[in-house]
Design a protein around this ligand. Structure first.
Ligand code: GLC
Length: 540
């Protein structure tokens, strides 16, 4: 709590004033030298996360899984994956994080289970199993083909024929990830119980995996074909996901979860994985008080690093979201190329500008482990690939391993991630220039910039929750005001430019030599530079 005042946290819900951080646990820190990160590794780095200023820690799945999709195929929602630790470890993590003013969010995977989950084992055992209807089963068409034309978001048909009972089951991802039937009240109740189980253990919320697709069309109607006007994904799959995603009834389930969360006061936050356009995204906030608290903004995450595009997405999001609903901004995650590669192409100036942008928008920033040190995607050789998508589609698509490689803590064998002679589950990268240890010693590093920006956000009401307003700026510069007295500007071009009409003081610039400089009228901004300044009140 060093640089945060208690009163700050009292004024706004913690998830509004907070800075979130995604821990991809298998690649965070390994304490038992098996090459896999674990819960104890997170506990061991809480000092670091507190120093960085993180207040919400989202853990990628920690529950039991055969790892067909690395934890996103859950075999038991109430037990900890043996590779990652024990329930006692998780309890200790929750308590230790809370003591440091940070809260733990778990990854909830409600759309599907593992095919090893006892529910599915029961369900597939016979057509008359009491759990048959917990999953989506349907007869083949007369010619033996799948019940409809739906395709899996991992490619191929979304249906697999189970020879035991001669019916198809639905899976919107791998065949080893059967979709639950969310029309079934017993499934809904089972998840109510799961949410309560974890909230009772002290977790402060959930990141909810593909929460927009859990309810499917009750009649299993065919999706219509894609047209040239559709997004790239629809065109890739040849169909628009009208009947297997974003069904109106999904909102009943989310409202149900919100009631459970709200019963815990302000503590519990629902952060949805919502890969949808902005208009649909807004619907997942309900009336602003009754559905998701926060929803990931995929148009932003997948946009090019371009001032005009990002500005328009941010402004459209602001105008579409209901009431005071809080956006969530992220530049990387375990599924998407890291922003230091995708946005910055390895150019440290661009990584610095991207970080400043993320931390100065109105909304909750969610950093992915490694963002704060400018970690880039790490190429993973075909024989080292672990992601089922890379394994299936290489060389056309190398999968998601490149964004899941271990954290480079120190420039030494094992990288401070694991023991010096241990082979990590994915190869280490970023040791040469990017380690946490090296950057902590360097006042000009990206890590110190990240920490200072987070600290500034915690002590500056304008940055925490002040409203956003776009300011006039030359082409390629995005400049905005936060609250009354704070201005942010980022130059997204290779050319120097001048901003007019700013009187005040630079608080933090990506060129740290400019911190504390006073501004009087014209302000030069270098290529790919970003700055945040305190200014006098600006006209409305
Ligand atoms: C989400 C997860 C991804 C996983 C998929 C299926 O998109 O982020 O990692 O593969 O859901 O559960």
């Amino acid at each position: 709590m060093s640089r945060r005042s208690r009163s700050t946290l009292d004024r706004e819900p913690w998830w509004v004033s907070g800075v979130f951080y995604q821990v991809y646990i298998r690649s965070f820190a390994d304490t038992n030298d098996d090459g896999i990160g674990d819960i104890n590794g997170v506990i061991g780095h809480l000092d670091y996360l507190e120093w960085l200023g993180v207040t919400g820690i989202w853990l990628s799945p920690v529950t039991t899984s055969p790892d067909a999709d690395w934890g996103y195929d859950v075999a038991d929602y109430h037990a900890i994956h043996r590779d990652l630790g024990s329930m006692a470890d998780l309890d200790l993590l929750i308590a230790s994080a809370n003591q440091r003013g940070a809260r733990i969010l778990l990854d909830l995977v409600p759309n599907h289970t593992s095919d090893q989950h006892q529910w599915f084992v029961d369900s597939r055992s016979s057509r008359t199993s009491p759990r048959r209807d917990w999953y989506v089963w349907a007869d083949p068409k007369p010619d033996g083909s799948p019940p409809n034309n739906w395709v899996s978001s991992f490619g191929g048909p979304a249906w697999t024929l189970d020879p035991l009972t001669d019916q198809y089951y639905l899976h919107n991802h791998l065949a080893a990830q059967p979709d639950l039937n969310w029309w079934n009240e017993d499934v809904r109740q089972a998840f109510d119980e799961i949410l309560c189980f974890w909230m009772d253990r002290g977790v402060s919320g959930f990141r909810i995996d593909v929460c927009n697709i859990i309810v499917k069309d009750a009649e299993l109607r065919d999706n219509p074909p894609a047209t040239v006007h559709d997004d790239w994904e629809s065109r890739l799959f040849g169909q628009r996901p009208v009947y297997n995603a974003n069904r109106p009834e999904v909102h009943d389930v989310i409202r149900r979860w919100r009631r459970l969360a709200d019963a815990r006061g302000d503590r519990c936050v629902l952060l949805g994985e919502t890969p949808v356009d902005i208009g649909v995204l807004a619907e997942y906030y309900g009336d602003g008080t009754d559905e998701l608290h926060l929803a990931f903004n995929f148009p932003f995450l997948s946009a090019p690093f371009d001032a005009e595009t990002l500005r328009m997405i941010v402004e459209e999001t602001g105008s579409r979201l209901p009431g005071n609903a809080q956006p969530a901004w992220t530049g990387s995650n375990h599924d998407m190329s890291r922003f230091s590669t995708r946005w910055a192409d390895g150019d440290i100036r661009k990584s610095r500008a991207a970080l400043l942008m993320l931390l100065c928008l109105r909304g909750t920033p969610v950093l992915y482990q490694g963002d704060e040190i400018g970690l880039c995607d790490v190429p993973v050789a075909h024989e080292d690939m672990r992601d089922p998508l890379g394994v299936a589609y290489w060389p056309a698509y190398a999968g998601r391993d490149a964004m899941r490689t271990p954290m480079p803590w120190k420039n030494e064998p094992g990288g401070g991630f694991t023991g010096p002679s241990v082979r990590p589950w994915l190869p280490l990268g970023g040791l040469e220039s990017k380690t946490v240890e090296d950057q902590r010693k360097d006042p000009g590093s990206l890590l110190i910039l990240a920490r200072d920006l987070i600290g500034l956000r915690h002590i500056t009401p304008d940055l925490r929750s002040g409203r956003y307003a776009s300011l006039q700026a030359p082409h390629g510069i995005w400049s905005w005001r936060r609250g009354e007295n704070t201005v942010v500007a980022v130059n997204f071009t290779d050319n120097a430019a001048t901003l007019e009409g700013l009187e005040g003081e630079i608080l933090i610039a990506t060129d740290r030599a400019r911190d504390g400089t006073s501004l009087s009228g014209s302000v030069a901004i270098s290529p790919w530079e970003g700055l945040v300044a305190r200014v006098g009140s600006l006209p409305e």
